[in-house]
Write a protein that binds this ligand. Structure first.
Ligand code: ADP
Ligand code: MG
Length: 311
């Protein structure tokens, strides 16, 4: 393609909210054989909601939610935000019962317990101490690695959530499993159509996630992606990209978060979606400003149209 054609294509992209960082990036996109999608926030809306709260001990539901929210209060993770949002509604309702005032912001922070030694473990969850006892909130690995046993009835409950495309978050207090929270993160509306479109273009869609295999499979099934990699630690996503590149294949990665930037950089074509983090945008070759997965197709199409004509 002539420099003019590249300039025109870059302009067409920009007009459609597809920012292309240079002619090389524009050229590589036409050769893409695999598109690897991050699950959370890329294929899904990234807005988690609590759907289920189940307490497995004698503990009062309010006390359980209070411990849980206090442990998650310092986490930036979408799951933590979902839990705090849910708990805020619960607390507001409880507070309104004893009339007083309805200024829920300060009531909420007064209601939360002090958490000490807070620590976020990427790809696992959070841990801290409340009332002198350790609390763990996260996936199975977080609990088992800390010596917490997961009873069969709890395991069955979590499996059931996962088979319904939800993530089960386990809560242990003082080394005892006290409850489970089910969290849902719905797919973006265009996800399935885009996956289908890519297949028609001869491009193979893949999903990668830090979430567990069962939830990953259930979500992948909804969008009809056959090839998935689950329980991938944040640092492992770039390795997944490299494993697909081994035979010389050209790989695109679509992601949104801080965790995704090494993978975006490792990919032949890194595509940052939406109001992604600055670091993800910096690592990417393409930025999809409209946060719409359809623009993955727009980007590949634009490259094909610009470069195939002169072959
Ligand atoms: P993804 O690749 O889907 O963005 P992450 O790597 O961020 O996933 O997290 C993987 C898993 O670790 C989550 O599905 C969840 O089970 C657990 N996890 C991470 N952070 C938290 C948190 N703040 N609270 C509870 N669970 C968490
Ligand atoms: Mg993530």
């Amino acid at each position: 393609a002539t420099p003019t054609a590249v300039m025109v294509a870059t302009g067409v992209g920009a007009n459609n909210g597809v920012l292309i960082k240079g002619g090389d990036a524009l050229e590589r996109a036409q050769k893409v054989q695999y598109v690897i999608f991050d699950k959370t926030g890329t294929l899904t809306q990234g807005k988690a909601t609590v759907t289920t709260v189940k307490v497995f001990t004698e503990m009062d539901r309010g006390d359980f939610l209070r411990l849980l929210a206090s442990a998650e209060a310092s986490s930036e993770h979408p799951i933590a935000k979902a839990i705090l949002e849910y708990t805020r509604h619960f607390q507001f309702f409880e507070a309104s019962k004893d009339s007083q005032n309805h200024d829920d912001g300060s009531a909420m922070s007064a209601w939360l317990l002090d958490a000490f030694d807070f620590c976020a473990i990427p790809g696992r969850g959070v841990q801290c101490h409340i009332n002198g006892k350790p609390i763990l909130v996260g996936n199975r690995s977080l609990l088992t690695e800390n010596g917490v046993e997961i009873p069969t009835n709890v395991e069955n409950f979590v499996v059931d959530l996962e088979e319904n495309a939800k993530t089960g978050i386990l809560v242990a207090y003082d080394s005892e499993l006290i409850g489970v929270v089910g969290v849902a993160d719905p797919l973006k509306r265009e996800a399935a159509v885009v996956v289908e479109g890519l297949k028609k273009m001869g491009v193979r869609p893949i999903m990668v996630t830090g979430d567990n295999w069962r939830t990953a499979r259930a979500v992948a099934k909804e969008v009809d992606i056959q090839d998935i990699r689950a329980e991938v630690m944040p640092a492992g996503k770039a390795d997944v990209i490299r494993s697909f590149q081994k035979d010389g294949s050209i790989v695109a990665m679509v992601g949104d978060g801080i965790n995704d930037s090494p993978a975006l950089a490792a990919a032949d074509v890194g595509i940052a979606i939406g109001a992604g983090t600055d670091i993800a945008i910096e690592a990417a070759d393409y930025v999809l400003m409209k946060n719409n997965l359809e623009d993955v197709i727009t980007a590949i199409d634009l490259s094909r149209k610009t470069f195939t004509r002169i072959r």
